[in-house]
Write a protein that binds this ligand. Structure first.
Ligand code: TLP
Length: 344
């Protein structure tokens, strides 16, 4: 199977497994797991923040960012295509008690500053207060698009001026940094909290980190305990995370090149709607030829050994990652082309 369903499919490398086997361990709820402590320090340093918190998932990190930086009854602004809105089971509302107010994402994943400005509620007895802006970089549903440091700085300044805090869902932030050839620190300059995932493009089996000021992280640590995310000898998985951060970042370029290769290949097959020049990182979104419904396309390709995910009733998503080679992309393009020909 050439599995382009998601980079969450990556399995740990041999080096990760060895590091997991050898990891020095302790009780992380008591702050005594040396491997978790090492991972948190490394993450904070790389992101240019005071502290970091190891969490079981990206979704938990995003939830903790909301729980820590809002109060029930307040309103948060987030993109109408954001992962936090689409795929996190409404946790911010259900568990955080906040109103999720969606604002339009541009096709490149940005939210226009004037839209943010217009959506912030003025003080009024009838209104909830708007207290948090959530961004996403790279942007999953917009096709792995990148928010530039300039954009992030400008929009965060606007939010801060109006009394809002800013959280960045940076599940794949290292892809953005590698594509722009800058340090990840430069991408997250003035956001108040940021999370990123170890378990996607970086190949670790489990885990995310939530980073911010010392005070923010200590509060989030308590919220993590409340939602049951305090893990004991978590160094077993943190060890793989350290390898991810030390060894797996530079290779992301290969995934980006493979994504472009796939996109240009699809553009050469009659009927596909795709803009290969817009592919920025490891996510490719496309429409199959009109005569083939998305569900049929995805099912038929799975039978032929290529797995995609369905984004919408008319859109398919492919994600490249460490376990898919350039030769696999060539093979996938061949299978797709044969299938399309057989349907014409
Ligand atoms: N995304 C997954 C699915 O949930 C859709 C995927 O296959 O892409 N933020 C962003 C931007 C994400 O893409 C994801 C996972 C998360 C957060 C949540 O991470 P996990 O699954 O570790 O909780």
């Amino acid at each position: 199977m050439i599995d382009l369903y998601s980079d969450t499919k990556t399995l740990p490398t041999e080096e990760m497994r060895q590091a997991m086997y050898e990891a020095e361990l302790g009780d992380d709820v008591a702050g005594e797991d040396p491997t978790v402590n090492r991972l948190e320090e490394l993450a904070a340093k790389m992101l240019g923040k005071d502290s970091a918190l190891f969490t079981p998932s990206g979704i938990m990190s995003n939830l903790l960012a909301v729980l820590t930086q809002t109060r029930p009854g307040q309103e948060i602004l987030l993109g109408n295509e954001s992962h936090m809105f689409w795929y996190e089971v409404g946790g911010a509302s259900t568990l955080g008690g906040v109103i999720m107010r969606t604002v339009r994402n541009e096709p490149d994943g940005r939210i226009e500053p004037h839209i943010v400005a217009e959506s912030i509620r003025p003080e009024n007895i009838h209104f909830p207060s708007t207290t948090l802006l959530c961004l996403e970089n790279t942007h999953n549903r917009c096709g792995g698009t990148i928010l530039t440091p300039e954009y992030t700085t400008t929009i965060s300044e606007l939010a801060h001026k109006n009394g809002l805090l800013v959280h960045l869902d940076g599940a794949r932030i290292f892809s953005a940094a590698v594509a722009l050839n800058i340090s990840v620190k430069e991408l997250v300059g003035n956001v108040d909290s940021i999370c990123f995932c170890l378990s996607k493009n970086l190949s670790a089996p489990v885990g995310s980190l939530l980073c911010g000021s010392r005070e923010f992280v200590e509060k989030a640590r308590k919220w993590r305990r409340m939602v049951g995310g305090g893990m004991r000898q978590a160094g077993v998985i943190a060890a793989a995370g350290i390898v991810a951060l030390e060894k797996m970042i530079d290779r992301l370029e290969e995934d980006h090149a493979n994504a472009k290769h796939l996109a240009y290949g699809l553009a050469n097959i009659p009927g596909f709607i795709i803009h290969p020049e817009k592919v920025q990182t490891n996510i490719v979104i496309f429409k199959p030829p009109r005569n083939i419904p998305v569900l049929q396309f995805v099912e038929q390709m799975t039978e032929r050994g290529v797995r995609f995910s369905i984004l919408d009733e008319d859109k398919v998503r492919a994600i490249t990652h460490r376990m898919v080679s350039t030769a696999d992309i060539d093979d996938a393009l061949g299978y797709i082309s044969t299938f399309i020909k057989s349907n014409n």
